[in-house]
Ligand binder design. Structure first.
Ligand code: COA
Length: 319
């Protein structure tokens, strides 16, 4: 994407929240159900356990409520709700409608489905709405992949799980915190990872792996170029939490040390739309980010989509 126009009305994240279901499924639990092992899963993916349960709406309401409280804003002041999800509770209406009502919002609400790149797609859309006049957007990324996983398929069941992360994106004076962004898709690769309506996830893991590294690096480089920054300026990378080997291969190619990554993968597995906000906001809650830090978000997913953004961290609560 080209550099942001200097006249664009800027936005910043002023509150965030996370939600995970209570039920923990460890690798040992999976070992008891299918031909796999804790050692294999840890070594090949970096995942030790994952959370499952709840609905996309219930997890979204939980993380959204926390983000609103963190920002200290009245739900009635939100101008739009964007829910990034690949696993809506119903085909119609959009799950965002249920979440809008559950949170007591009085605004437009719509779902975005760009698979695991969805939260970063949503961030670009939220900034776009603010550029054309919205004051406050609630952006939520939620998936309940446990509902579309075949729990007898060791190829997918070891990877995917449930969770939610949310951010309040508010208009600010000046350029705002989104410095550069990129969204991409290659529909010709749709057969590599798909789920028919009412069906289960099917995946060509090897080919997804191979392409994932390439498209993450490509997208990240586009966002860095658009923002006029380099990898040396980046304080933290928040990659899509799919597989630790994909993350480390992409970081190596980008020239970014693993010590700069935000990781939640070992405890969450791959939560798709929730993956980036869960890792990002856990790092923020742990005090790993200070105001002014540059954060590189980079995701990839079915589609095959990719998305990235360079964001200046603005710190806790309202500015
Ligand atoms: N447990 C134990 N053994 C397993 C296994 C499992 N869950 N899955 C596969 N194996 C076995 C295979 O049968 C194979 O055995 P063999 O050597 O005797 O033939 C061996 O382990 C290697 O299998 P392979 O498929 O080559 O493993 P891999 O290193 O490619 O890892 C994935 C498989 C799925 C973990 C990996 O390809 C991956 O993460 N891909 C990307 C998926 C992804 O990120 N999807 C989400 C996109 S948003």
């Amino acid at each position: 994407m080209p550099p942001l126009p200097s006249s664009a009305r800027g936005a910043a994240i002023t509150g965030w929240g996370r939600a995970l279901p209570d039920t923990v499924v460890t690798n040992a639990d999976l070992e008891a159900r299918m031909d796999t092992s804790d050692e294999w899963i840890r070594e090949r993916t970096g995942i030790a356990e994952r959370r499952i349960g709840g609905s996309t709406a219930s997890l979204s309401i939980e993380s959204g409520r926390r983000a609103l409280a963190c920002a200290g804003v009245d739900p009635a002041s939100i101008d739009a709700l964007i829910l990034s999800t690949t696993t809506p509770d119903r085909t119609v209406p959009a799950t965002s409608a249920t979440v809008q009502h559950g949170l007591g919002l009085r605004c437009g609400a719509f779902d975005v489905n760009a698979a695991c790149s969805g939260f970063v797609y949503g961030l670009a859309v939220a900034n776009g709405l603010i550029a054309i006049g919205a004051e406050r957007v609630l952006l939520i990324g939620t998936d309940t992949l446990s509902r579309i996983v075949d729990w007898t398929d060791r190829n997918t069941a070891i990877l995917f799980a449930d969770g939610s992360g949310a951010a309040v994106v508010e208009a600010v004076g000046g350029r705002g915190s989104l410095l550069g962004w990129d969204i991409d898709a290659d529909g010709s690769a749709e057969d590599l990872l798909f789920c028919e309506v009412g069906g289960h996830l099917h995946m060509d893991g090897k080919e997804v792996f191979r392409r994932a590294v390439r498209i993450m690096v490509d997208s990240a480089e586009k966002s860095l170029a658009a923002s006029g920054t380099s990898v040396d300026d980046i304080a933290m990378v928040v990659p899509h939490q799919a597989n630790i080997r994909i993350i480390s291969a992409a970081c190596e190619r980008l020239g970014i040390p693993m010590s700069k990554t935000a990781l939640a993968l070992a405890e969450t597995g791959n939560t798709s739309s929730a993956s980036i906000p869960l890792a990002w906001f856990a790092a923020a809650d742990d005090g790993r980010l200070v105001p002014g830090d540059l954060v590189l978000l980079v995701g990839f997913g079915a589609g095959m989509t990719a998305a990235s953004a360079v964001v200046r961290w603005t710190g806790a609560g309202r500015p």
